[in-house]
Ligand binder design. Structure first.
Ligand SMILES: [Zn+2]
Length: 128
């Protein structure tokens, strides 16, 4: 789903977008003529590969994400998460896609490996 930044109202509006198995929903509104605030929740399931045994498993997503989209280059100085839109649109499919990609690049353990994950033995060196 692509949304024209110019058509986003100054009052909060609900949105929802589904991409593959990932859903992004929340509210957006314009905070300045060229900046939109998005308060969202990303949920769903992503198939990942266990970093230890290579088994495929599912990772549940449940992540709150607050970010801004600027129409063009963001020139403000506030320390906020800003996506710069080149074409004046927000592409929620792309946001879901990049969320999936960043999840896939992380280190993951499947449930079995997590359970097998033995606690690290700490050797206590006796004081002489
Ligand atoms: Zn595993």
């Amino acid at each position: 789903m692509k949304i024209d930044l110019r058509k986003i109202p100054n009052t909060e509006k609900k949105f929802e977008n589904k991409f593959n198995s990932v859903r992004i929903q929340g509210i957006f509104c314009k905070v300045t003529p060229h900046l939109v605030k998005i308060d969202s929740l990303i949920t769903g399931n992503v198939k990942i590969t266990c970093s230890r045994c290579g088994e495929k498993c599912e990772k549940e997503l449940d992540e709150k994400l607050i970010f801004f989209v600027s129409d063009g280059i963001y020139e403000g100085k506030e320390d906020i998460l800003v996506l710069e839109s080149e074409d004046g649109f927000i592409d929620f499919d792309e946001i879901c896609q990049s969320e999936i990609a960043s999840l896939l690049s992380d280190y993951h353990l499947c449930k079995e490996c997590e359970e097998k994950n033995e606690p690290i033995n700490i050797e206590i060196i006796k004081e002489i």
